[in-house]
Design a protein around this ligand. Structure first.
Ligand code: RBV
Length: 447
């Protein structure tokens, strides 16, 4: 179904009349993101992003609105599109348009709308790209390589004949694990044409957003979609990376009877076991699961052979970036009836009478059915993104020379964000005495 949108010269959103609601929601996020507000205030004074065009493909949430406000305060021109068809908060888009951001995003956008929106961001000729999942970078490269495809056909209608938008890009930054994996594989094959800062790989991102952000918001998504009880359930988490670890930890805290992890890597499996989780393959876990959530970044983690043996009424969902972890076509083929039983639950009835509940169309459940990570944790991630943008502008000459590499954010920038967050949370750190500093940095003293 194609939804009606409000279209203006510099926006396409669901409903501009949601502005006041959006502005209130933005205030809610603002007061929970103190580090980003400090950066925004400094940007407003120093204008480090004057006349810089930022093209961003992110989840369009109340937290993202605060990153946009910081960019605008710094003097940037911002064009924003969605990084997922289900993750946009429509009141926020309306408020952002009123705040001077060029927004192309609405919740439940179809594939055509998704690519049209990316096309509108590309048309603005960004100097810097900010991605969550690398779709914007990937399309810019496809255009440059002269490739075709469903996405490019849609985008051509927006941008016309030109293909070389990439030449005007200085550098970019990437928000999420899946994006980093895609970009590193592009860089390895020599296909990446400009440098990308790996925001996701910084400690201030991975250690908090990926673990505690994903952990809480994924449970939040499951609860908002189903209103079910976690206590007493057998809860299966596929993948024990940072995200899976967070989800498993929170499922345990909510009283799940058993938390079972599936893993392909020995260290991750060992860590899970030492954290008190069980580890077994999916073909065993799926037979006893009440709830299954995927967090692997890989495809077909839950597929036909698993649906065949699942318990009646099992909940299946995903918190990885793309909707490939659950093989939905398999489920579609197997089911005799499909009912949208609640807004974010599709119930598939199998010929043998069992029902399987797919949440959020297999897209990231935390953003589809809930509001993504909480503002307090996105404060760290988006403080990094704001500083990454400033870093790119300051080092523009260098960035335009280094070519297609995935680059870490400098340690001092990451540390600075961590110190500011400690301050904001009134965490007082211990100070080393001069003797301690000397001792800890020397190798001479021992037993
Ligand atoms: N994420 N953004 C939000 N509230 O804006 N929530 C989650 C938000 C990001 C998060 O940083 C993660 O890396 C990515 O979404 C997954 O696509």
């Amino acid at each position: 179904m194609t939804l009606r949108t409000n279209i203006g010269e510099n926006y396409e959103i669901r409903d501009a009349s949601l502005k006041d609601e959006g502005l209130k929601t933005m205030q809610w996020a603002e007061s929970r993101m103190p580090v980003l507000q400090l950066i925004r205030k400094r940007f407003a004074k120093e204008k480090p992003l004057q006349s810089v065009r930022i093209g961003a493909c992110l989840h369009v949430t109340k937290e993202t609105s605060q990153l946009c406000e910081a960019w605008i305060a710094g003097g940037a021109e911002v064009h924003l599109c969605a990084s997922n068809p289900l993750s946009t908060q429509d009141d926020i888009t309306a408020a952002l348009v009123a705040r001077g951001v060029n927004v192309f995003a609405w919740k439940f956008m179809d594939t055509e709308g998704y690519y049209r929106s990316i096309g509108n961001v590309i048309k603005s000729r960004p100097h810097i790209t900010i991605d969550d999942g690398a779709d914007l970078v990937s399309i810019l490269h496809k255009l440059k390589r002269g490739e075709g495809g469903e996405d490019i056909e849609v985008i051509k209608k927006i941008i016309g004949k030109e293909r070389d938008f990439i030449d005007g890009v200085w550098a970019g930054a990437e928000e999420t694990t899946t994006g980093i994996i895609r970009l590193k594989s592009m860089a390895k094959e020599g296909a990446l044409l400009y440098p990308i800062l790996a925001t996701n790989s910084s400690p201030c991102k991975t250690l908090y957003d990926n673990v505690y952000g994903t952990g809480q918001s994924s449970i939040d998504g499951i609860l908002r979609a189903t209103a079910d009880l976690i206590a007493s359930k057998v809860f299966v988490v596929a993948g024990y990376g940072h995200c899976g670890k967070g989800v498993a930890m929170r499922a345990k805290g909510m009283g799940a009877r058993r938390v079972i992890v599936t893993e392909t890597e020995p260290h991750a499996a060992l860590q899970a076991v030492m954290e008190g989780m069980e580890v077994m393959p999916m073909h065993e876990a799926c037979k006893i699961a009440d709830i299954i959530i995927t967090a692997t970044g890989n495809k077909d983690v839950v597929r036909k052979e698993h649906f065949e043996t699942m318990k009646n009424e099992c909940l299946v969902c995903n918190t990885g970036h793309f909707n490939v972890e659950i093989n939905i076509p398999d489920l579609e083929k197997m089911a005799s009836v499909k009912v949208r039983i609640r807004p974010f639950v599709d119930q598939y009835q199998l010929p043998d009478g069992r029902k399987i509940n797919l949440l959020g169309e297999g897209r990231l459940i935390n953003l589809a059915a809930a509001e993504g990570h909480s503002s307090e944790v996105m404060d760290l991630s988006f403080a990094l993104q704001a500083l990454a943008t400033e870093y790119i502008v300051k080092n523009k000459e260098n960035f335009t020379k280094i070519g297609g590499k995935v680059v870490e954010i400098p340690e001092n920038i990451d540390n600075n964000v961590a110190y500011l967050k400690c301050d904001a949370l009134a965490i007082t750190l211990e100070k080393m005495t001069p003797e301690q500093e000397k001792y800890i940095s020397s190798w001479r003293s021992g037993t």
